[in-house]
Design a protein around this ligand. Sequence first.
Ligand SMILES: NC(=O)c1ccc[n+]([C@@H]2O[C@H](COP(=O)([O-])OP(=O)(O)OC[C@H]3O[C@@H](n4cnc5c(N)ncnc54)[C@H](O)[C@@H]3O)[C@@H](O)[C@H]2O)c1
Ligand SMILES: [Zn+2]
Length: 361
Amino acid sequence: MNSDAIEISGDGFRYSAFVGRGLIAKAGEIARKVTDRKHCTIIADQNSAQFFSDRVCQALASRNFSPQLIAIPAGEKSKSLMHAGELCDEMIKAGFDRSSFVIGLGGGVIGDISGFVAAIFQRGIPHIQIPTTLLAMVDSSIGGKTGVNLEAGKNLVGVIHHPAVIICDVDALETLPPQELRQGYAEIIKHAIIRDADMFDDLLSSQVPIHRSGDALVELIRRNIAIKARIVAVDDRETSGERALLNFGHTVGHGIERATGFKIPHGDCVSIGMVAACAISIQRAGFSAEQRGQVVALLKKFSLPTQLPAGVDREKIIEAIAHDKKFLGGKIRFVVTPKIGDAHVSSDVTMDDIQAAIAAL
Ligand SMILES: NC(=O)c1ccc[n+]([C@@H]2O[C@H](COP(=O)([O-])OP(=O)(O)OC[C@H]3O[C@@H](n4cnc5c(N)ncnc54)[C@H](O)[C@@H]3O)[C@@H](O)[C@H]2O)c1
Ligand SMILES: [Zn+2]
């Protein structure tokens, strides 16, 4: 099984991501590779609990773990300080202490709040990620970012707390609704644009929808974990600028999310934001109109939107971006790409560039 693991390591952290089919049944065996502890809280949401918690508990019990499930409501609202506090209270009541650990079983919401709880409970206990959405497998479970939302905005409170291991059972995606699968593909296409031109070409030329073939999907997820792993290896705390590349499409994407009151899913907003980032890259980084066309074609192939829905107020998007970002001397740090697979942070992008790109959406 070890040969299948992808190593994620950097300054002060080293762990593996196991990716394959049927891995939930092996969760106990994999967890035993990284811990000799016994008691663990499995934090899940109602959906991930319903689909997977029995099998995860069984797998853990077979390796002499003593798991206890806590399920919270599904959805972004659960990523709050209040829920984090309640989870800690429940863990204390159930007798958990510093020698226990936490498993996050679910999508990015669960990964983020369970990781945050693991980071703060008794000043920090180990965390194991069992992501069950495509987005969580290729993006949020990797890199140690944990946290919750505040009224004032998303992910405003958090800690870097890397997991001890990540277990991606690709079979878990069989129950994932197409709309959620699409959110993961938006981040996969982002990875291709910033760092992997070959993956971009493979995705564009593949005839069979990737998600219909389990083995191809395993390969694709592995490839994406490796891309994110290479980025966090050198910059897990977002200091050198490398991790900022993961924000490609996100400046405008976040603006759209805020301007529409978070009614449009994140990946869909990022998809539209990537189209804007391509237009800005044409202006500021020598990106070609032909490659912009390929990006649009690939997003469409995965049923991702490439234009703003009718009725969205473009002014509001611009206000949200201006509120979010520091403009130094009228310029902003913005991820651009001169060609697919080769993104970098530019300090030359102006509000006029952004305005023009949004006007064209
Ligand atoms: N920590 C990071 O680096 C990072 C990176 C990107 C995103 N995020 C965070 O991730 C969150 C979004 O994650 P998400 O897109 O996975 O959303 P999510 O966790 O809300 O999951 C989406 C929906 O799918 C359901 N679900 C989960 N697994 C399922 C399965 N196998 N079958 C059927 N339904 C299933 C969930 O219950 C939920 O209703 C956001 O809060 C975002 O801030 C974090
Ligand atoms: Zn994103």
